[in-house]
Design a protein. Structure first.
Length: 183
């Protein structure tokens, strides 16, 4: 999924999301533009596994979104260990200000020939330096995270074909959703 853009659509529930995609605006304006400009659309519904807000009021930061696939044949216990290791990252990397790990499933307007994503790992940082510097340095990252992606580690469980996108934001999208009524 490179050339990667992410578009975060926040709906209070699946029913509202479905109604939005049935709307005239969606059918006559949004869907045709997506079809015209996107070779693939990975439209995902997300079920939160774990999340945290250290800085819900963060402004003018950087949001990183990563999409991961479990390799075929990897058992459920291994997948849970991977989730646990990802969710431990904020304990070791204070530069991660807000975060959410979600299991992904294809939404109705998903259209791609690529294998489906298993997880979406979202993180917010004060600035780009938090993502490109301290994020990769802590021992937890190279001892507990990298092994899941490394074909030579003997522990690889995640497809090395992943998507990593980051962008500036004005206000925390994770806080908007995680603090919303019903969450």
């Amino acid at each position: 999924a490179a050339g990667h853009l992410t578009w975060d659509l926040l709906y209070p529930d699946a029913s509202t999301a479905g109604e939005a995609q049935k709307s005239t605006v969606w059918r006559q304006h949004i869907a045709p533009l997506l079809d015209q400009h996107c070779d693939a659309i990975h439209a995902l519904a997300m079920d939160t596994v774990g999340a945290g807000l250290r800085a819900p009021g963060i402004a003018n930061g950087v949001k990183r979104t990563a999409f991961f696939r479990l390799q075929p044949g990897v058992d459920a216990d291994t997948a849970v260990c991977f989730e646990r290791d990802l969710l431990a990252m904020p304990l070791h990397i204070p530069e991660i200000r807000n975060w959410r790990l979600s299991r992904a499933s294809s939404a109705g307007w998903h259209h791609t020939d690529a294998a489906p994503w298993t997880w979406v790992w979202e993180q917010e940082f004060n600035d780009l330096d938090g993502l490109t510097g301290p994020y990769m340095i802590p021992p937890h990252h190279w001892a507990h995270i990298d092994r899941w992606f490394d074909p030579e580690s003997g522990d690889q469980a995640i497809d090395v074909n992943l998507s990593h996108a980051f962008s500036a934001f004005g206000e925390s999208l994770l806080a908007l959703e995680l603090i919303a009524p019903g969450h």
